[in-house]
Each structure stands twice: as structure tokens, then as C-alpha cells.
Design a protein around this ligand. Structure first.
Ligand code: F6P
Length: 357
């Protein structure tokens, strides 16, 4: 039997661990693995792919990015904006299907986020043998408690905050760190708590600059002259606006720029020096943490198990310390957001973190 794997959407630490898991588990079954390059694009004639054998995956566990390449634009980009879904045109699907048939692919493992899994779902509904593997540093897929890549992104945030602490304290400044996460605040919340941030601003919790400046002034009065602020790129300004750069080629809005706005307003209101730092794609690069390596590998192994059972249309999922699976259609179009009244948010508040509300 021959199966295919592709990575689609933004890259994410741990993608190579999934490939490692898939190739290892498939080899045990005597199956051949075809790795398609640059996401679904690799399926277009004449086909851009490579045969992956266990020897090809030696040493990749520790590598960030993906040895197969990926893209979040091109012929198969399924999302055109927040909540909007576009179908892949029939002529593109037909071309890709020819490659699947010529290569006699019996299962196609699609490793991607909400947009790529939406494409996978469309193909499954059109009869393709699709298995989904959830991937996103944002950790915002409702059908899985964790995705690989999130832990690595949070580690990068924590490392950045550790550094901002020292320069902020030396200059008695307010340091604002803008982090990724799109419309979900998970990276900001986890990174902010673990990195000792004093203020954490999330898309899910409306904030007011008066609350933040009062908090910073109180800290000053208590002798704490430096304040660390983490702001999620998708947080809403008090007037309800999200701050964007532009729309990328797939039509998905590019978030970014709120850090500077927040720093400028805090400086204006408190009279304290404030500086902004945008962490950006550093959060997506570099070696995966051990947790992401193990999670990615387990996801890959589970994907092969699902293929062996003919459980197409299902997506690997992680719940309660256990790797299992759910229907892809239950998994897409439903963002898992931070709940403002959750125990995690309450815990952050209990240790004195200001959420701006
Ligand atoms: O979804 C992952 C993510 O890194 C988001 O956190 C971020 O908003 C977006 O992708 C950035 O995408 P791009 O790499 O296209 O700029």
C-alpha cells in the first residue's frame, strides 16, 4: 500500500516530527510513503513529491519548519477571510485527483490548520481518502485540546519576556511584546503567565487604556518602575478595531501593529517611556520543544493507524492526555477561544496580572 502526506498552511515546529511518526509507522506495515511538496500544490501535474523512507527522516525530529515545504496560498487556499470559506474549483480537484490515481495513493494525510483541513474536508466529501492532522501554533482548533507547535511558540514568548524584563528594569520602561495567535489569545495568555508579564491583552477580553494606565501608575507608586505587557496580535483596540497589516494572497487578513499602538497610548497616559517589540515569525521557527516533538510523532503514528482502519474523514485529536480522533467536519470552522471566566484567566488575575478589563 502507498500513502501520501502533505503539510499545508503556515509552518509550525513539530511538522517534521509528524513526518517522522508517519514514515516510521507506515514502514512497520510495509507501506510506502509519498511526501508531497508545498502542500496540495505538490499534487498538481506532473506532481511534486518524494518517496520518504525511514532513512530520510533520520535527524528531522529536532528540525523546525518542514522538509516537505508548505504554503498558505496557491490553488487550494480554502479560506478567504475570517469565517469565509471558498471551495477549491472542480478543475483543480480533478487535476490533483489524476496524480493520486497515477501514484495509487490509498490514503492522504493532510497536516494543516482550519483552512487546510477545510480543503481536506471538501476532498473527503468528494470521495478522497483523507486523514487530517491538526497543526497550528495558535492552538485554536476546538476539536483538540492541544496542537503541536503551540508549546514551542510559547517557549519563544517566554524567552523574549525574560530578555525584555532585564532591559525594561534597567530603564524603568514599559515593554510591550506583540505575539501571534490570530483571533485566539492562547499564546499571549500562556506566554504571558509563564514569562512573568504584568499585563496581558487578549482578543477575547475587551480592555481599557484607563485600567492599564491606573495599573501601571499603581505599580510605580509601589516601587515597581518597569511593566511588561503582552498583547495578542488579534486583540481589539478599545474602539473594537483589530489592527492589520494587509490581506495576504489567500485573502486572509494579516494581523499586526497593535503593539506599537498600545505602547504609544501607555506612554501618553502614564508619561513613562514605552517600547514595543513584535515577536513575529520567531514564534514559528526553530527547534520544536520535546513536548511538540512527542505530540507530533504521536499524531503521525495515529494518522497511519486511522489509514490502516480505513477511517477516512477523521482528524487526529488530543484529549485528556490521549491521542484519538474526531470527524474532520466536527473539527473545522470552530475556533477554540480563551474563555474570559475560565480557571486559567482567574488564576492569572489571582497572581496580579492585569487583563485590562
Ligand atoms: O496561524 C499561525 C500564524 O502564525 C498566526 O499566528 C499568524 O497570524 C499567521 O499565522 C501569520 O501568517 P503568515 O506566515 O502568512 O504571515
Amino acid at each position: 500500500m502507498r500513502i501520501g502526506i502533505l503539510n499545508s498552511g503556515g509552518d509550525c515546529p513539530g511538522l517534521n516530527a509528524v513526518i517522522h511518526g508517519v514514515v516510521g509507522a507506515a514502514d512497520q506495515l510495509g507501506w510506502e510513503v509519498i511526501g508531497f511538496r508545498d502542500g496540495f500544490e505538490g499534487l498538481l501535474p506532473p506532481g511534486d513529491y518524494t518517496v520518504l523512507k525511514p532513512k530520510d527522516t533520520i535527524g528531522i525530529l529536532k528540525l523546525g519548519g518542514t522538509i516537505l515545504g508548505t504554503t498558505n496560498k496557491g490553488h487550494f487556499a480554502a479560506k478567504v477571510g475570517k469565517g469565509d470559506i471558498a471551495e477549491v474549483p472542480p478543475e483543480i480537484v480533478a487535476k490533483a485527483k489524476r496524480t493520486m490515481e497515477q501514484l495509487e495513493i490509498s490514503a492522504l494525510i493532510v497536516v494543516g490548520g482550519d483552512g487546510s483541513l477545510t480543503t481536506g474536508l471538501q476532498l473527503y466529501r468528494e470521495g478522497w481518502p483523507i486523514i487530517g492532522v491538526p497543526k497550528t501554533i495558535d492552538n485554536d482548533l476546538s476539536a483538540t485540546a492541544f496542537t503541536f507547535g503551540f508549546d514551542s511558540a510559547v517557549s519563544t514568548v517566554v524567552d523574549a519576556l525574560d530578555r525584555l524584563h532585564t532591559t525594561g528594569e534597567s530603564h524603568k520602561r514599559v515593554m510591550v511584546l506583540e505575539v501571534m495567535g490570530r483571533h485566539a489569545g492562547w499564546i499571549a495568555l500562556w506566554g504571558g503567565i509563564a514569562g512573568g508579564a504584568n499585563v496581558v491583552l487578549l482578543p477575547e477580553i475587551p480592555f481599557s487604556f484607563d485600567k492599564i494606565s491606573d495599573f501601571i501608575n499603581d505599580r510605580d507608586a509601589q516601587g515597581y518602575h518597569s511593566t511588561l505587557v503582552v498583547v495578542a496580535e488579534g486583540a481589539h483596540m478599545p474602539d473594537g478595531d483589530i489592527v492589520t497589516i494587509d490581506a495576504n494572497c489567500a485573502g486572509e487578513v494579516r494581523l499586526g501593529g497593535i503593539g506599537e499602538r498600545v505602547a504609544a497610548k501607555i506612554q501618553q497616559l502614564t508619561g513613562k517611556d514605552a517600547r514595543a517589540c513584535v515577536l513575529g515569525h520567531l514564534q514559528r521557527g526553530g527547534s520544536p520543544t520535546s513536548l511538540d516533538r512527542i505530540l507530533g510523532m504521536r499524531f503521525g503514528v495515529m494518522a497511519v493507524k486511522l489509514a490502516s482502519e480505513g477511517a477516512f474523514g477523521r482528524m487526529v485529536s488530543y484529549q485528556a492526555y490521549h491521542v484519538d480522533s474526531v470527524e474532520i467536519e466536527e473539527a473545522v470552522h470552530q475556533l477554540r477561544l480563551v474563555e474570559p471566566d475560565s480557571e486559567l484567566v482567574q488564576a492569572a488575575k489571582a497572581v496580579g496580572i492585569c487583563l485590562g478589563d
